[in-house]
Ligand binder design. Structure first.
Ligand code: 2HG
Ligand code: ZN
Length: 475
C-alpha cells in the first residue's frame, strides 16, 4: 500500500471507527464490481458510515483533502454510477445507515434512511396497512438512497410514478459536509426551488442522500394478472389504449415481450412452460390492482372486448398468487435470459408511448442492416414508453467482436430515438456509461445549467467525479 493510501485509511478509521473501513482487495471486490461486470476499476477504500454525524465528518474531511467519493447503495445500478471511474476514489457505502425513522399513516408517507432496502421499505409500509409501490429487482439489495439517486422506475411506474414522483423530500449531506434538511411529509410546500427534486436523479454528484420521505398508497386487496398473445407492438399499443381508458390508474403494469425472450428461457431451462395459452410473436403482461370493494372483472372484460375485435389473439388471466408468480417470472427473467444467450447490446430508451411500435420497427430494421443475423429483444415498459431495446449477438458470432461493433448500432438506435422525440436514458441513468451521449443529446442550455449547478454545489468535484457530467467543474 502506498504511504499516501495508508494515511488515508488511518484518517478514515479515525472518523468512522476501524470496523467501518475496508481496504483489503478481497473485501472490496463486491463493492467495486457491478452487475454486468462492465466497469472494474479499483477503489482506495470502502467507507461504511454508521451514523449521519460520521457521514458528515467523512464528507467534510474528503472536501478538505480533495478526496473523491463514490456514494453506493445496493450496487444494482446498470450504468456504472455507483462504482469507481478513476481508481482513486473512496466508495461510501450507505448500507449501515438503514433505519425506517417513521411511518405516518394519516399523511401516507414514511421517512426511510438511505440504506433501507426496497424490501424493508415495502414491509414497513405493509405493517401500517399501506403500500410503497416501487417495484424493481432485486428488492432485497436495492436501497432507497440508490433508488432515489438514480430516479429508478420499474414495473409499476404506470400507476404510481418513478422514484422522483414517489418522493416528498430528502435529507442529504452536501459536499462541504453540511446537512440539507428537506425531509417533510407535506403534499403542499411552495417555498422556493424544489431542491429535493434536484438531488433526486443526480446520481450522487450534488450531495449524498441520507434519508427520504416516501409517499405511501392504499394497499390493494388483490391483483388480476394476464398473459396476452398478440401479433405485433402495434396491437399492444392498441390494447394499451383500450385498457387505460377502461381501467385508469388501477392498470399498474403493461409490459411488452417478444417471443424470442420466452424461447430463450425455455432453451436454457429457466422455465418449463410458456405461461401463455399458445405461442405468438409478441406477448403482454398486464396487471390490475383491486382496492377493497372494487370490481374484479375490469381486466377480463377489457381483454374479452379486445379479443372480440381481434386486437389480441388470446389471453390467460389469474388472481391466484402462484399463477401470477409464474407469469411475472417470465418478465423478470428477460434480462438474465439474454445474458445466457451471449453478448447483448443494450439501450434503455424512452419515446412517446404512441411511437413505441415505430421505434421497434425501425430499430430492428436498422440493426439488422448493420449486423445481419442480429437477434433483437426489445422488451419492457410499453405503458411508460420505456423500451429496453436490447440486441443479442447472432448465433455463433464472436462475443467480443460483436461488442466492439456496438458503437454503430448505438448511433443508429439513439438517432431513431431522438427523431421520435425520445430520451437516451429512460430509467437506468447516465453514470459513466452515457456521459458522452448526454453531452451529445441534452439540450445545450440545459447541459450548461447542469454544469453550473454542479460547480456551485461541489466546487472541488469530490462527489462522484466523472459521472453524469464528463468533466471537472471549472475552478
Ligand atoms: C428490466 O426492466 C430492467 O428488466 C433491466 O430494467 C433491463 O437488462 C435490461 O436491459
Ligand atoms: Zn426496466
Amino acid at each position: 500500500m502506498k504511504r499516501q493510501d495508508s494515511r488515508t485509511i488511518k484518517s478514515l478509521e479515525e472518523i468512522l471507527g476501524p470496523d467501518n473501513v475496508l481496504s483489503d482487495a478481497r473485501d472490496m471486490a463486491p463493492y467495486v464490481v457491478e452487475l454486468r461486470r462492465r466497469f472494474n476499476n479499483p477503489a482506495r477504500a470502502i467507507a461504511i458510515p454508521t451514523s449521519l454525524d460520521r457521514l458528515q465528518a467523512l464528507v467534510k474531511w474528503a472536501n478538505a483533502n480533495r478526496v473523491p467519493l463514490v456514494p453506493q447503495g445496493g450496487n444494482t445500478g446498470m450504468v456504472g454510477g455507483q462504482v469507481p471511474k478513476n481508481g482513486n476514489e473512496i466508495i461510501v457505502s450507505m448500507a449501515r445507515i438503514n433505519r425506517v425513522r417513521k411511518v405516518d399513516g394519516d399523511g401516507a408517507f414514511m421517512f426511510a434512511e438511505a440504506g433501507v432496502t426496497l424490501e424493508k421499505a415495502r414491509r414497513a409500509a405493509d405493517g401500517a396497512g399501506l403500500l410503497f409501490p416501487l417495484a424493481i429487482a432485486p428488492q432485497d439489495k436495492a436501497q432507497i438512497g440508490g433508488i432515489l439517486s438514480s430516479n429508478a422506475g420499474g414495473l409499476q411506474v404506470l400507476a404510481y410514478g418513478n422514484a422522483r414522483q414517489l418522493c416528498l423530500g430528502i435529507e442529504a449531506v452536501l459536499a462541504d459536509g453540511s446537512l440539507f434538511r428537506g425531509l417533510n411529509g407535506l403534499k403542499k410546500n411552495n417555498t422556493g426551488y424544489d431542491l429535493s427534486s434536484l438531488l433526486v436523479g443526480a446520481e450522487g454528484t450534488l450531495g449524498i442522500i441520507s434519508a427520504a420521505s416516501l409517499k405511501l398508497f392504499a394497499r390493494p386487496e388483490g391483483f388480476e394478472t394476464a398473459f396476452i398473445n398478440l401479433a405485433s407492438p402495434e396491437a399492444a399499443l392498441e390494447l394499451f389504449r383500450e385498457l387505460s381508458r377502461r381501467l385508469g390508474t388501477s392498470l399498474t403494469t403493461f409490459e411488452l415481450m417478444p417471443d424470442f425472450g420466452i424461447a430463450m428461457q425455455l432453451r436454457h431451462g429457466m422455465i418449463d412452460k410458456n405461461p401463455a395459452r399458445s405461442r405468438s410473436d409478441w406477448y403482454v403482461l398486464a396487471q390490475v390492482s383491486r382496492l377493497p370493494g372494487q370490481d374484479r372483472n375490469g381486466l377480463s372484460q377489457g381483454l374479452e372486448a379486445a379479443r372480440n375485435n381481434r386486437t389480441i389473439k388470446d389471453f390467460v388471466i389469474s388472481g391466484k398468487p402462484g399463477e401470477q408468480r409464474r407469469m411475472w417470472q417470465v418478465r423478470e427473467q428477460l434480462s438474465s435470459a439474454q445474458s445466457r444467450e451471449g453478448a447483448s447490446i443494450k439501450h434503455d430508451v424512452s419515446v412517446p408511448v404512441s411511437a413505441v411500435p415505430e421505434l421497434i420497427r425501425t430499430g430492428c430494421k436498422a440493426a439488422g442492416k448493420i449486423v445481419p443475423g442480429i437477434r433483437p429483444c426489445p422488451f419492457g415498459h410499453l405503458g411508460d414508453g420505456n423500451i429496453h431495446f436490447n440486441l443479442s449477438q447472432p448465433v455463433d458470432a464472436d462475443a467480443t467482436a460483436y461488442m466492439e461493433g456496438a458503437g454503430k448500432i448505438h448511433d443508429a438506435i439513439y438517432e431513431i430515438v431522438a427523431e421520435l422525440g425520445g430520451s437516451i436514458s429512460a430509467e437506468h441513468g447516465i453514470g459513466q456509461l452515457k456521459t458522452g451521449l448526454l453531452k451529445e443529446y441534452k439540450d445545450p442550455v440545459a447541459y450548461e445549467m447542469m454544469k453550473k449547478i454542479k460547480n456551485i454545489l461541489d466546487p472541488n468535484n469530490i462527489l462522484n467525479p466523472g459521472k453524469m457530467l464528463d468533466q471537472a467543474p471549472e475552478q
